[in-house]
Each structure stands twice: as C-alpha cells, then as structure tokens.
Design a protein around this ligand. Structure first.
Ligand SMILES: [Zn+2]
Length: 247
C-alpha cells in the first residue's frame, strides 16, 4: 500500500457515506485480562494486525490467559465483531515477537496488537473489519498513529526480518495473509472517521505589487482590497440614474 492510494480511497469513501451516532453505540469493548504484559519502553505509534489461526474467540482468550502461553495481544476481534481487550494500551502486549519496522526492532515496544479470529483460509467477516476499524479509529485519534503505521505481522516479522537476520525462513510470520483486505480496511476507516482529506492546501494567490496573500476574504479586507466593491457599484448606478434624470 502507498500513502497516495490510501488518500484516494479515503476521498472516494467519504464522498459516498456518512456515519451516524447509532453506528458508534453498537461497539462495546469487553476487558478480560491477560497476565502476559510488561512496561512500555517507547511511545505508541504503530498497530500490528494478526490472525489467530483458530476459528473460535474463546480458544484465543483462554490461551492468552494461560500462564504457559507467554503471548497476548491488546485486542481480540471475534468472527461476530465481538471486541475483547486483554492488555491495556499503556502496557506492552507480547504479540509480534522478533520484529523490525522502519529502523526499529522489537515492535511490541511501540505498537498495539490486534488478533483477528480466523485462519489463513477463512478470510475475515464484515463485522470483524468494522470492529477492528472502530478500535483503530480510537487509537488513531488518541496516539496520532498514521495510516501507514497500521501494518500486518508479516510486514514486521516476515521477509524483511529474515533478510536482516532477525528471523529465519522457517519461523517468519505470514499473518494476516492475502485475505486481509487493506483496501476495505481503509475504506471503512474513512467512513467511520467521516473525514474530508484533500491533496493539499490551495496555492496562495499573490498580489503582483506587494505579495499579499489574497486568497481569503479576511486577508483581502486586511490588505485594503474590498472583495465585493458594492459601494463603488452603487455610486456608479446612482451616477447613471442622475444622468438620465432619475432621483
Ligand atoms: Zn501474528
């Protein structure tokens, strides 16, 4: 994915859809604590998406509670869209393992982990995308996470990690896999945020004499240029009326 593509998808989605307060109310975040967590050593700026490689949310919840597991994630998203938080955002969950993202190792330090219940073959339900996007939108606003920093486990513990010697070919990660639809994720994200993103701010219009920015009416007023010269027009009308004998 590239930032340009994301912006276009967002603009297209925003022009077609609106969200309502009712959409917000249907999401509920349960909390079931996992013992597998530790103190953060860096600020949160990344989200990592995984699949559970299992089809039932209960087995993932039970495993993340199991003292033998030594793994966890911040959020587990069920096939029906159920959202279960298992580690508080402020703490580190143990989801990515050996990993690398844009010059930094140990992605758990600065990321939030999502486990999507499903397998490489199952794909993901509409409800799962909506719930995942809902929580991501909250985190996006709270931690100022850019869309480019919402990535898959395969992006931080996959081929690049192997190339760098952080993982081997046999233990590299391949989730959430090709059935995770980033286009859909970004479209739903834009719909929920209901944001209007344009390419860039307009170019300033310059006055050729004194370089004053004439773009906005208030600036025009400050610089002594009347954007609607009604007084001059009225004077002209009165002048011609008097010319033809009207008073
Ligand atoms: Zn994973």
């Amino acid at each position: 994915m590239s930032p340009g593509d994301d912006d276009k998808i967002i603009k297209d989605a925003v022009s077609e859809t609106q969200t309502t307060d009712d959409d917000e109310k249907k999401y509920n975040i349960e909390f079931i604590e996992s013992p597998h967590k530790s103190k953060r050593t860096a600020a949160i700026d990344t989200i990592v998406i995984h699949y559970t490689a299992a089809n039932r949310i209960s087995s993932t919840i039970n495993w993340f509670k199991d003292p033998r597991a030594k793994v966890s994630a911040h959020y587990v998203i069920g096939r029906d869209g159920r959202i279960v938080q298992m580690v508080k955002d402020e703490l580190k969950a143990w989801h990515a393992g050996k990993s690398y993202f844009r010059g930094r190792r140990n992605v758990n330090n600065f990321s939030i982990g999502f486990e999507m219940v499903g397998t490489r073959e199952s794909g993901y339900t509409e409800e799962q995308y909506r719930s995942c996007v809902y929580v991501c939108s909250l985190l996006y606003e709270k931690y100022d996470i850019s869309l480019d920093n919402i990535v898959g486990h395969e992006d931080v513990s996959g081929d690049e990690a192997v190339k760098l010697g952080i993982r081997t070919e046999s233990n590299k990660k391949i989730d959430p896999g090709p059935k995770w639809d980033w286009g859909k994720f970004h479209q739903y994200f834009a719909e929920l945020m209901n944001t209007s993103i344009v390419d860039d701010e307009p170019e300033p219009v310059e006055d050729k004499d004194n370089n004053v920015n004439l773009y906005t009416p208030d600036v025009m007023m400050e610089s002594g240029v009347d954007p609607v010269p009604t007084s001059q027009i009225m004077q002209l009308i009165k002048f011609f009326m008097s010319w033809f004998g009207y008073k």
